[in-house]
Design a protein around this ligand. Structure first.
Ligand code: ADP
Length: 560
């Protein structure tokens, strides 16, 4: 493995540089957002600031001839869908791993063995390695490594036997010692690979929890003989970087604080007392990606890297954005087991049977109105004040509104429950404050419009799912949303590639401008609206292209 370097330009691969149950309701009346929101707990104030494909999605095109020779790839990850899922990262690791395997590569995944995993999703779980001695502080921790399959993915689960119970805490993240927990995971995963003689061409690490892997590989394991693997590091969210004290160096055996507390290595760019693991991942990896080309630019040049802008600039020659894919087997309106009526491009009218089913399930009025929906975490990142405004705007402008979401913060849930209570009698509105995968699929299939007004959105899955289901997205032009949704009226794209509505400013006027056009088109130009639905369903945001991109990156770095 090559040493970390601080800024020599080199040619890169072809990657572009730099989101129930209640009684029927009477007819709607004009609704004042101010009136209803007044008196409710406030939500956090905003921070300052294709090509056409086959007509039938059921006809899977044959896989292309491999563009690069097959490789052995190890994924290091804190999450994997559906066994250990907290957010989109879990889906990405699963979808990418499946795609790489389909293309003839050997993929193995290493993750912690959490007590809170969905064990019903892991098949053939058996102990693969006992008594692995993982160096830790001045001693070590005896660790078992388990093997099991998660929907066809070969996985190794790291299970330490210590009183710290690193991964038996009932949740994946959120403990005071998260840095230590995941530093241990990195050390244990590499020790396991070393002891079992695994020599993959590529180790692909995801987010700060795995960022010590390239550091340990270069600083420790290379000297023990692991010279082969190259590391690709993907940042899914710059907001969480794993910054903390120097004790990590003693714990992992890296030691040498004078070496690592250096701005060229792991020293945090803003807090000189802290080490920053994500920074270490960027410095020591052979290639760094984030999850869309637009977000790659926003992070490096748009001030959205939460303090790592300078580091990205120094390492710009090995940095780029690769758009996430969507698992098209899980999200397919032709086969989706969660929806009552299947449909395709040819039978797009059957989508309206799902609209009727959605209305029946949520006790919404059967009328001529479009259904505007929001599905997502109720987090400030998602532009909650704009979601709220869109709700009232829709109800006041001849549309129905459905919201499905929840938050780990009690106050935010209560705020939306308050709105729900005030609108309880409204026949055009339903708010569901929970996590409900089944209902999410029905909403994607039954709604006419999906709003995604995020403040920032590294990639975003909601708009990709909506497009797949012929539901027209209305999005803010940030991150992956800007890379995947092209405005019907203003995009500089051919007409057949325009698939939704886009607005720029994160304010009420911004989202109104897009929603007004969308609802107006639905009523006054139904043919145009239908064409938008068709254009969306024709998009290909499967893993095919991202899989190809990652293989090119792996191929580019493997001989370095
Ligand atoms: P993030 O990873 O920031 O949460 P993404 O848009 O990348 O956002 O992915 C979120 C995924 O989780 C989408 O598939 C979305 O449909 C799903 N999701 C979010 N909230 C809910 C919910 N309350 N119920 C069901 N599915 C949800």
């Amino acid at each position: 493995m090559k040493p970390p370097s601080t800024g020599q330009a080199a040619p890169g691969p072809a990657i572009l540089p730099a989101e129930q149950g209640r009684s029927p309701k009477p007819a709607a009346v004009e609704i004042s957002e101010e009136e209803i929101v007044r008196g409710l707990a406030g939500i956090t104030e905003p921070e300052p600031e294709q090509e056409q494909k086959t007509e039938s999605m059921a006809e899977e095109a044959p896989l292309p001839t491999p563009s690069v020779p097959a490789m052995f790839i190890v994924m290091m990850t804190p999450e994997l869908a559906p066994a250990a899922k907290v957010g989109g990262l879990a889906d990405v690791v699963y979808g990418l791993s499946r795609e790489l395997e389909l293309r003839g590569n050997a993929v193995e995944i290493i993750l912690p063995k959490y007590d809170c995993m969905r064990y019903d999703q892991i098949f053939g779980l058996t102990k693969a390695y006992e008594n692995l001695w993982v160096p830790w502080y001045n001693g070590g921790i005896t660790t078992s490594v388990w093997f099991g399959c998660v929907h066809g993915c070969k996985c190794f689960f790291v299970d330490p036997h210590s009183r710290d119970n690193f991964f038996s805490r009932g949740i994946v993240y959120g403990h005071n010692d998260d840095l230590l927990r995941f530093a241990f995971f990195c050390r244990a995963a590499l020790e396991f690979m070393f002891k079992t003689g695994k020599q993959p061409e590529i180790i692909h690490c995801h987010d700060w929890q795995t960022a010590l892997v390239p550091v340990l590989l270069y600083e420790v394991y290379q000297h023990l003989g692991m010279r082969h693997p190259r590391v690709c590091f993907t940042v899914h969210n710059f907001r969480h970087q794993g910054a903390g004290g120097g004790y990590i160096l003693q714990a992992t055996g890296l030691n040498r604080p004078e070496h690592f507390f250096h701005y060229d290595r792991l020293r945090d760019n803003h807090n000189p007392q802290a080490l920053n693991l994500m920074k270490g991942g960027i410095v020591y990896s052979n290639f760094v990606t984030t999850v869309s080309p637009r977000h790659a630019w926003e992070a490096k040049d748009g001030g959205q890297a939460h303090g790592l802008e300078r580091t990205l600039h120094l390492h710009h020659y090995k940095y780029g954005g690769v758009l996430n894919g969507l698992d098209y087997t899980q999200f397919n309106p032709e086969t989706d087991p969660h929806i009552p009526t299947h449909y395709s491009l040819q039978t797009i009218d059957k989508k309206y049977e799902n609209k009727r089913a959605l209305r029946r399930r949520l006790w919404l009025a059967e009328n001529e109105k479009p259904i505007v929906a929001f599905i997502g975490r109720l987090d400030a990142q998602k532009g909650l004040e704009l979601v709220r405004h869109a709700l009232f705007y829709s109800l006041n402008n001849r549309a129905q509104f459905v919201l499905l979401g929840n938050s780990p913060e009690h106050g935010t849930n209560e705020h939306f429950r308050g709105i729900k209570q005030h609108l309880n009698e409204n026949p055009d509105c339903h708010l569901e404050i929970s996590y409900d995968e089944d209902l999410a699929h029905l909403i994607y299939a039954g709604a006419d419009l999906i709003i995604v007004p995020s403040r920032y959105e590294p990639c975003g899955l909601a708009q990709l799912i909506a497009l797949r289901y012929g539901t027209v997205p209305v999005v803010r032009a940030v991150g992956g949303l800007a890379d995947t949704v092209f405005d019907k009226d203003y995009a500089s794209r051919p007409l057949h590639e325009r698939n939704g509505y886009v607005f720029d400013h994160a304010d009420n006027a911004g989202i109104e401008s897009a929603l007004r056009r969308a609802i107006g088109c639905y009523y006054h130009f139904p043919d145009h609206f239908r064409q938008l639905m068709i254009n969306g369903m024709r998009c290909d945001f499967s893993w095919k292209q991202p899989g190809e991109h990652y293989l090119k990156i792996y191929d580019y770095i493997r001989d370095k």
